[in-house]
Every structure is written in structure tokens, then in C-alpha cells.
Design a protein around this ligand. Structure first.
Ligand code: PLP
Length: 456
């Protein structure tokens, strides 16, 4: 690329997340310049299908005039106001009302933030604050899960159960625990059914709680489907079983719906696909189809009452962001939720989701490199393995996943590979069956090219 190209200026000026920054100085970025529907184009005019909707988030794709108009109209009317010290504005109120009306279980109030990480940090602080109100200052430990992903701020990174988000950052903070990853494919014993495996996961969770002391454990966080940790679906019956354990010890269930919310798993919330009854629900990403940043924390009535009591005792709920419930992203989120309703996106995903799952199975389950094909609704994955019988992954040093990502790009798909060489699919919810087929045909070519490379 030329000295003045966007790529060269990027190398000179930008510090990128999730990147080997030394290599980046030589290789440079793919600079995306425009988008339309489920596709984006780079500087050179090359077209790509976005198989993960950016970062599991651009649910309505990469252009939408109604969302543009919603932002422009709100900017003209009231470009900024806040919710501190009992001020409010209509976009924040309307959006809170819409979320409560759509919640999977009765919810009482909504707190707004700007990102999934901030929403999870806010929920952690709410849980701590609540237990102060309830006179149990020791009940503060929080359980995440190994391979869970909840963000990268200090609190949410502590909840996250991925080594790459801990290493060299001095997290997790004390008091954050991680339960086992409930992945039947890797975790089950020979012959162990999904049901038996789920029972064992619940028993292991109970052992962890008893070891720590139930009076010290406040809440457990879980994504309905683990996203960044590898698109891992819980074994059948997992959530009812672990929720019985949590109830027994008066431990809150927090659903991190940052990826799964808004029809991703085929139901409005991932919680509904897996029988989760959260006390607190966190969402972001598809809340605004990611046209502007906004996230939300919904809390049920008992949690709200405890927070209200503590705020009365000490005189304030001393937590909030300048941009909590910012009117412009809130207006875009309201319009996004209306579009989901108007398009009847749930009925669309009821057709395209099973189609994507069936096509993933048909095209890839028998492939010599593919160990497991998994998914639900419009989220899915293929996991590559060195040994199909042993379910054994390639060594990380072989960089099989990154090589597959690169081949996908060469074939016109932006594809995200995760640890253990898992290629994730989380396309825009508007993707048609034909576009799914086109995406998977391109991925199939990339996979065949990778197979040839690995044979050499
Ligand atoms: N929670 C889940 C389940 C996520 O997938 C993510 C991001 O991918 C987050 C939280 C963090 O969100 P953000 O990147 O907006 O901080």
C-alpha cells in the first residue's frame, strides 16, 4: 500500500484491540470503507459477506435509512441530555418501557450504559450495593464460567473466563470465581448423556459454592450461548439444573444477553431458548443494531427494591455514566426494536436459522477437519480438529484458525475464528437463505484450500 493510503496511516497512528501489534506494523489492516445489507467493501473495492455481523452485533446489516433518520431527528430535537439527579428525557423513558415490555421474565427497571462491558460492570456493582442494603456485606463473590466472555473493563474482565483477557492485566480481581465450561463435546465422559453431563455440571457448581461458603456468593453470570469463548451451547437441561442450585443458596442469576438478545437464538432472548429465569439481564449490540453504542441492565423488583433502600440510606445511587441513556443512541435503539417488530424478524429467523444450521451440518459435518458443527437460530460454529475421534484440537502454534480466517477473507467472507480453531457464524439477522448459501459456499472453498495447505 502507498505511503498515504489509509492502511499506511492506520499503521502509523492506530493502536488496535485484539491484535498482535508488532505484526500489524508490517501487515496492516483491511480498511472497510462502506457497507450495504449483509456485505462490506474494502479500500480496494473488494466485497465481503459479513458472517459475524461485525462483532456479533450489526443485526440489521450495514445500511438502514430508518435508523439514520431516527438519529438525525433526535439530534435536531435534543442532541444530549442525561439521567443524573432525577433528570430524564423521552427516548430513555420510551426505550426502558419497551425493554420491560419485551423482557423474558417480569423486570422492574432499566439502567443504561454504553457498552456490554460497562453494563456488566454496572450489574456487578448493583449486586454488591444490593447486598450491602440487605445487611450481608460478605455475600459478594461472583461466579463466571471458564470460556465465558463478559467484556474487558476491570470488573467484566474479571467475570470473563478467557486467558487472553486475564494474562498480563492483573485480573481477575479477588472474589471472582469461574465454574466449568459446560461443553458436552469436550467435557463429557465417554458415554455420558447430555442430561447426565448437565447434572454433573450442576453438582460441580454446588461443590464450588460449598467450598467458598454460600454466604459469600452473590451471583452467577452466564451467556445463554457462550459467544467469544467458542459458540458453546449448554447441554440439554443445564440452566434449570444450575438455577435450582443457585436458588437453594440465594444466589442471583444474571443473563448476559449481549450476543443472544433480540432473536439471535431464534427466540427474542436467549434466556427463552434455554429456560433461564434471570434476576438481572444485560443487553447491548443488537439493541441498536450497533449503529450507535448503547447497552442496558434490567433488574427485577427485589433487586430494585434493595438498591432503592440502600440509595435512600446513603442518599444516592452513586453510579452512572455521562452518556447513560444518551438520547441519540436511545432513539436509534427504539427504532431498531420497532424494525424487529415491523419486519417480524422472529419469523424470518424461524426460517433462516434452521436453514443455516442444516446447511452447516450438510456441508461441513463430514469434512475431515471438522470435529463439531453446532448452533441454534442464527448463531453457529464449526470447530476444526486434528483428530476427529479424540476430539483433539490442533496446537495453537499451528495457527489453523487464523489461517482459515485469512482464506475466508480471500474468498470474500469476513469470518471470525476463536480459540481452538472455532469458526463462528453470527450473521446479520436480515440475511436471506440465498445469502446464507453464498456465504457457506465461500467458506467451503476456504476450508478446502486450508485442507490442501495442511496436507503439504
Ligand atoms: N458480553 C458478551 C456476551 C459479549 O459478547 C461482549 C462483547 O462481545 C460483551 C459482554 C462486552 O461488550 P462490549 O464489547 O460492548 O463492551
Amino acid at each position: 500500500f502507498g505511503a498515504n493510503s489509509a492502511a499506511a496511516r492506520d499503521i502509523a497512528n492506530v493502536l488496535h484491540p485484539y491484535t498482535d501489534l508488532e505484526s500489524h506494523q508490517q501487515v496492516g489492516p483491511v480498511v472497510i470503507t462502506r457497507g450495504q445489507g449483509v456485505r462490506v467493501w474494502d479500500e480496494a473495492g473488494k466485497e465481503y459477506i459479513e458472517s459475524v455481523a461485525g462483532l456479533w452485533c450489526a443485526a440489521l446489516g450495514f445500511d438502514n435509512e430508518r435508523l439514520v433518520q431516527a438519529a438525525v431527528t433526535q439530534m435536531r430535537k435534543l442532541p444530549f441530555y442525561h439521567g443524573f439527579t432525577a433528570k430524564s428525557h423521552e427516548p430513555m423513558i420510551d426505550l426502558a418501557e419497551m425493554l420491560i415490555a419485551r423482557a423474558p421474565v417480569p423486570m422492574s427497571k432499566v439502567f443504561f450504559a454504553n457498552s456490554g462491558s460497562e453494563a456488566n460492570d454496572s450489574a456487578i456493582k448493583m449486586v454488591w450495593y444490593m447486598n450491602n442494603a440487605l445487611g450481608r456485606p460478605l455475600k459478594k463473590k461472583i461466579i463466571g464460567r471458564v470460556k465465558g466472555y463478559h467484556g474487558i473493563t476491570i470488573g467484566s474482565a474479571s467475570l470473563t473466563g478467557l486467558a487472553a483477557n486475564h494474562r498480563s492485566f492483573d485480573v481477575p480481581l479477588p472474589g471472582f470465581l469461574h465454574a466449568n465450561t459446560p461443553h458436552h463435546y469436550h467435557g463429557a465422559r465417554p458415554g455420558e448423556s447430555e442430561d447426565d453431563y448437565a447434572t454433573r455440571c450442576a453438582r460441580e457448581l454446588e461443590d464450588l459454592i460449598l467450598e467458598e461458603g454460600p454466604e459469600t456468593v452473590a451471583a452467577m453470570w452466564a451467556e445463554p450461548v457462550m459467544g467469544a469463548g467458542g459458540v458453546i451451547l449448554p447441554p440439554r437441561g443445564y440452566f434449570p439444573k444450575i438455577q435450582a442450585v443457585l436458588k437453594k443458596y440465594d444466589i442471583l442469576m444474571v443473563a448476559d444477553e449481549v450476543i443472544c438478545g433480540f432473536w439471535r437464538t431464534g427466540t427474542y432472548w436467549g434466556s427463552q431458548s434455554f429456560d433461564i429465569q434471570p434476576d438481572i439481564l444485560v443487553c447491548a449490540k443488537a439493541l441498536s443494531s450497533s449503529f450507535l453504542p448503547i447497552s442496558a441492565v434490567m433488574v427485577n423488583e427485589p433487586v430494585f427494591q434493595a438498591i432503592a433502600k440502600e440509595s435512600h440510606t446513603i442518599g444516592t445511587f452513586g453510579h452512572g455514566f455521562t452518556y447513560s441513556g444518551h438520547p441519540v443512541p436511545a432513539a436509534v435503539a427504539i427504532e431498531t426494536l420497532k424494525i424487529y417488530d415491523d419486519l417480524d424478524i422472529g419469523s424470518h429467523v424461524a426460517v433462516t436459522g434452521p436453514h443455516m444450521q442444516a446447511e452447516l451440518q450438510r456441508r461441513f459435518a463430514g469434512h475431515p477437519l471438522v470435529g463439531e458443527v453446532r448452533g441454534i437460530g442464527l448463531i453457529g460454529a464449526i470447530e476444526l480438529v486434528a483428530d476427529k475421534a479424540a476430539h483433539a484440537n490442533f496446537p495453537p502454534a499451528a495457527k489453523v484458525g487464523p489461517r482459515l480466517s485469512r482464506l475466508c477473507e480471500e474468498n470474500g467472507v469476513i469470518g471470525r475464528t476463536l480459540a481452538n480453531d472455532v469458526l463462528a457464524f453470527s450473521p446479520p439477522l436480515i440475511m436471506t437463505k440465498d445469502e446464507i448459501d453464498e456465504m457457506l459456499t465461500r467458506v467451503g472453498k476456504a476450508l478446502d484450500e486450508l485442507t490442501v495447505q495442511l496436507r503439504r
